[in-house]
Design a protein around this ligand. Structure first.
Ligand code: SF4
Ligand code: SF4
Length: 435
């Protein structure tokens, strides 16, 4: 059988087989258009080509479209945040994420992967030490380029880098990653559960304080921690770019690291990692050997976002608090729509001493980050983000909390650009501060 993960479809027969697999998934779409009302990209552009129904129409004639203009197909498919809003609201139960991820792999297999993505996905991400060293080096030389834009949101302008950064307000790079600070941990099992800590690239390399807060919470609640220092990226950037080969290699490295010890749960402060590990590792399990498939299945049942872990597994007593500092919450798509976690972070926020929880309008509408979507479609990402910021501002909070580091980056950018006097925090950082 041809291997979708390692090579381009070499023959038309092979391409036809991949397209037929996709066709089987497309038939369940009834063209009702209900996805229009929930799609953040459509909500900004009002273009039928940008919503699921339009993309499905494109995919139905993919063979012809690919041979006519593969780059245009790629552009149209990538005008999507992979937020899952369409899938979670589809009355016909169309497996949209499955369709989009498989379609992206077919298109990338056909037209090939760009040199930069190849370098990042296949050479840098699988080497955490090299990745860390490159960021450390950048952190040394970053200061002449950065000007503080927002004290509270802790965001910077980088005018010299505008041609590449597109006027984004960004966080600064820390001098040390969580991985280099903490090293390898494998604490003996105690009276409480044992958890494998999977920080994810952004909490490890960009927001090490978030990873440290997660570790603090686990330890304060008697959890033994297994943290293999050789963990790598969960693979979602490669998968979203259609690079199933790099995705498989990254998952294999993580499986090898995680198989070094026994653990009851896999806990992460990153909603996107939680969703990718739980859903996509399993979705593409046929790319792996039998032992790895068994481990993927086991990990599927053990993976939880840290807020769900605190509430569901640790069953921490969270009596409602009544304070003055207003805090609101943004639902990351990969947490609420993919994994059904939304009550747990709110329960934690409502219990924080000194805080008063206020619900914002459209709390579960996508913030517009979408990983590589933000990189390649910044103006559109910003327009979607502005609607989120306006919803946040309407309840006038002192802090906006969320549970995904990618959302944190987008929210920092938005509140900083709007000069809002507001901090952006992960729920678990606020909770760790209260302990
Ligand atoms: S994806 Fe679902 S909601 Fe969208 S047009 Fe198809 S059936 Fe309707
Ligand atoms: S995944 Fe999100 S951005 Fe993409 S088509 Fe569906 S609703 Fe729109």
């Amino acid at each position: 059988m041809p291997d979708e993960t390692t090579k381009r479809p070499a023959t038309l027969t092979e391409l036809a087989r991949l397209l037929m697999t996709l066709d089987d998934l497309l038939v369940s779409c009834m063209r009702c258009g209900f996805c229009q009302s929930v799609c953040p990209v459509y909500g900004a552009t009002f273009r039928e080509a940008d919503v699921t129904r339009g993309k499905i129409a494109l995919l139905e004639d993919l063979a012809h479209e690919l041979t006519a203009d593969a780059d245009s197909v790629n552009d149209r498919l990538n005008r999507c945040l992979l937020c899952g809003s369409c899938e979670s609201n589809c009355p016909s139960g169309v497996n949209v994420m499955d369709i989009f991820l498989r379609a992206r792999a077919i298109v990338t297999g056909y037209r090939g992967l760009g040199a930069v993505k190849k370098l990042v996905f296949r050479f840098i991400l699988p080497r955490p030490r090299l990745f860390g060293a490159l960021l450390r080096l950048s952190s040394v030389f970053q200061w002449p380029f950065l000007t503080k834009a927002s004290e509270k949101a802790d965001a910077y302008r980088a005018p010299v880098l505008n041609p590449w950064l597109g006027r984004r307000h960004i966080p600064s790079l820390p001098s040390r990653s969580f991985q280099s600070e903490t090293g390898d941990l494998d604490e003996p099992a105690g009276a409480g559960p044992k958890a494998a800590l999977f920080p994810g690239c952004v909490p490890d390399k960009l927001f090490p304080k978030l990873s440290a807060a997660t570790l603090k919470v686990l330890r304060r609640h008697g959890v033994s921690v297994f943290y293999p220092a050789e963990l790598v990226c969960c693979g979602i950037p490669a998968l979203a770019s259609g690079d199933r080969r790099a995705f498989r290699e990254l998952v294999e490295l993580n499986l090898k690291a995680l198989s070094r010890s026994k653990f009851d749960w896999l806990v992460t402060p990153c909603a996107t990692c939680a969703s990718n590990i739980k859903e996509n590792w399993r979705r593409f399990r046929d790319d792996f050997g039998p032992e790895q498939r068994a481990l993927i299945e086991e990990i599927h049942g053990k993976t939880l976002d840290v807020t769900a872990f605190v509430v569901r597994v640790l069953k921490v007593d969270l009596p409602p608090a009544a304070g003055e500092r207003r805090v609101t919450y943004h639902d990351p798509c990969h947490l609420k729509k993919s994994l059904g976690v939304s009550a747990e972070p709110r329960a934690i926020l409502k219990s924080l001493p000194g805080f008063k929880f206020v619900e914002m309008p459209e709390a579960d509408r996508c913030c517009g980050n979408g990983g590589s979507f933000n990189l390649f479609h910044y103006n559109l990402s910003k327009e979607i983000g502005q609607r989120k910021r306006d919803n946040i501002k309407s309840v006038n909070p002192e802090v906006v909390a969320t549970s995904c580091p990618a959302c944190i980056m987008q929210l920092k950018d938005m509140v900083s650009q709007n000069q809002d006097d507001m901090a952006v925090k992960h729920v678990i950082e606020l909770y760790a501060d209260s302990l």
